[in-house]
Design a protein around this ligand. Structure first.
Ligand code: URA
Length: 219
């Protein structure tokens, strides 16, 4: 490991400690670390409101922490906020969000308020580009805390960015893994296509429908 890599790792470990972790297994395949803090989601959200840990802080309007039932069985994790979400400070508010809401309510027959929705990064990347690895590294401890505090039984990874960063399986394509049920700590993880992809490729909706039937069978 180079000196820079060591410093980067140390920085990440300090972040985890500041968030209440006392132990993490440092592997590429990250399982949620054991949580020792019993702080609420609200406390975590307040910490994030003033976050300056990466360059996205400079161009965001609002931090998009996530929302939903704090005790949800089902959690959706997208990539990162877009323009509408940055304005509103809420996840999945634009066209992709409307489609996600339809999927949740019309296919899973669950109210959007009963699930929890978050993103890999909490601030909007400029021009909606894919978040950079250093941005994900800075934000991921917050997401892992969020997952640990909601403690869902099922997590749906929306799109390849979400799937890759949640599992560390950067070599697997979303087309190959979508619809599979994987272990993620104590939860099950099901990757599927991102709603924005569906807006551009409506013919892929039938695959997402099948993936959601699988999710429904796990509920
Ligand atoms: N796309 C995402 O990945 N997340 C949002 O919150 C909105 C659009």
């Amino acid at each position: 490991m180079t000196q820079t890599e060591k410093l980067h790792l140390l920085h990440q470990l300090y972040q985890y400690r500041a968030l209440g972790f006392d132990y993490i297994k440092h592997e590429r395949k990250l399982a949620p670390p054991k949580v020792v803090s019993d702080d609420s989601l609200q406390t975590l959200s307040k910490t994030l409101a003033s976050c300056q840990l990466c360059a996205l802080a400079k161009c965001r309007k609002k931090v998009v922490f996530g929302e939903g039932n704090p005790n949800a069985t089902l959690m959706f994790i997208g990539e990162g906020p877009g323009a509408s979400e940055d304005e509103a400070g809420r996840p999945f508010m634009g066209r992709a969000g409307q489609l996600l809401t339809k999927i949740i309510e019309n296919v899973l027959h669950v109210s959007r308020n009963d699930v929890y929705i978050a993103n890999i990064v909490k601030c909007r990347p400029p021009k909606n580009r894919v978040p950079l690895p250093e941005e994900v590294d800075a934000c991921k401890p917050f997401l892992l805390q969020q997952i640990a505090r909601v403690n869902p039984r099922i997590i749906v990874a929306l799109g390849s960015t979400s799937y890759h960063h949640l599992t560390g399986e950067f070599d697997s394509k979303i087309t190959q893994v979508r619809g599979q049920v994987m272990d993620f700590g104590d939860a099950k993880l099901v990757p599927t296509y991102h709603p924005s992809f569906l807006l551009r490729n409506p013919s892929a909706k039938k695959e997402v429908y099948l993936d959601m039937l699988k999710v429904k069978s796990l509920l």
